[in-house]
Design a protein around this ligand. Structure first.
Ligand code: PMV
Length: 315
């Protein structure tokens, strides 16, 4: 270790369109948000997290990141504004900020693509199946689109696993106002990804839904390029319906989505679902917050176009 300590942070994200289908190489869009995960690392005797020796079963993402960085003696303290398992990308933000802090304390070169790749591999290992969407968004920040039309943004990197390949682009984030609503119910990404896999294996109908999600996502990408908020909202709501048919919504999410629609261009669950959060595109954010609160959710107005992984302090 070359330094006494480093603090790094990464943003959470929400998925605007394409979750679950993206696991099968389909297109998707995610935007980084103004809620961050902070990791402070300092040299220690053994690996410790927030004062307790690290238990690999309880902290598989952290264990994976420590292993690939060859670290055995580090003290980690974390602080997060992103509720865990809320569909807002806390595990990818943890992985990218921790990886950056470890590389910085060892005086290693920090390459943002490597951080995204490390976080993707950590998620893939833990969930047994994943896309590089969350990992890319927390590493690069701003807006990220996977397998989008080539003129939509700036190409940054390509990830591949088995039969699936994702070309990853940074996209301009137009001015849009979103409200997120957290159901308070933990969302178990690995289980939901597995549920969709089994459904697809048993039933051709599930594959049709995944292909439909691809179509609405491409339509939504076109709306973003044309700054057509009405069209974008419409496809967000369609995407929510398709995700519900795929079996990854729940009554609490449906309630928040339905209630928000009255004051929004569109609304949908975001992330893996089964709980976690929903997102609404609106120009009446206070009204949407009020209705989400009245229907049992915890709302917040989301700021987008925020930076990716950042070294906050080196001492
Ligand atoms: O719920 P989150 O934030 O972990 O998002 C999961 C998104 C999925 O498409 C369901 C899985 C993935 O790896 O892309």
């Amino acid at each position: 270790m070359f330094r006494k300590g480093v603090v790094a942070s990464s943003p959470g994200k929400f998925i605007l369109l394409g979750e679950h289908a993206v696991v099968y190489g389909k297109p998707a869009v995610a935007l980084a948000i103004n809620k961050r995960f902070l990791c402070r690392v300092q040299p220690g005797k053994i690996n410790v997290l927030n004062g307790i020796p690290i238990n690999a079963k309880m902290h598989p993402h952290i264990t994976y990141i420590l292993k690939i960085n060859g670290v055995k003696n580090i003290t980690i303290s974390t602080q997060s504004e992103i509720p865990s398992s809320s569909g807002l990308g806390s595990s990818a933000a943890l992985c990218t900020s921790l990886s950056a802090a470890i590389k910085a304390i060892k005086n290693e070169n920090i390459d943002v693509e490597d951080l995204a790749n490390d976080a993707f591999n950590a998620e893939y290992e833990v969930q047994k199946r994943a896309s590089p969407l969350d990992a890319s968004c927390s590493a690069f920040g701003k807006g990220i689109a996977l397998n989008c039309p080539k003129n939509m943004g700036k190409y940054i990197w390509t990830a591949e696993k088995g039969k699936n390949k994702w070309d990853i682009f940074e996209i301009p984030v137009p001015k849009m106002t979103f409200v997120a609503g957290y159901t308070g119910i933990k969302s178990h990404t690995g289980q939901l990804v597995e549920k969709v896999r089994k459904y697809k294996e048993r039933n051709k109908f599930a594959t049709d839904m995944v292909n439909e999600i691809e179509n609405v996502t491409l339509e939504g990408m076109n709306c973003i390029s044309k700054y057509d908020l009405t069209g974008l909202g419409r496809v967000m709501t369609q995407d929510h319906k398709l995700l519900s048919i795929l079996g990854v919504s729940c009554k609490e999410l449906n309630k928040l989505v339905d209630a928000s629609l009255r004051y929004s261009y569109g609304a949908k669950l975001t992330g893996s679902g089964g709980g976690g959060s929903m997102i609404a595109l609106t120009d009446k954010p206070d009204k949407v917050c009020e209705t989400i609160r009245m229907h049992g959710g915890a709302p917040f107005i989301v700021k987008t176009d925020v930076p990716g992984v950042t070294l906050e302090q080196e001492f």
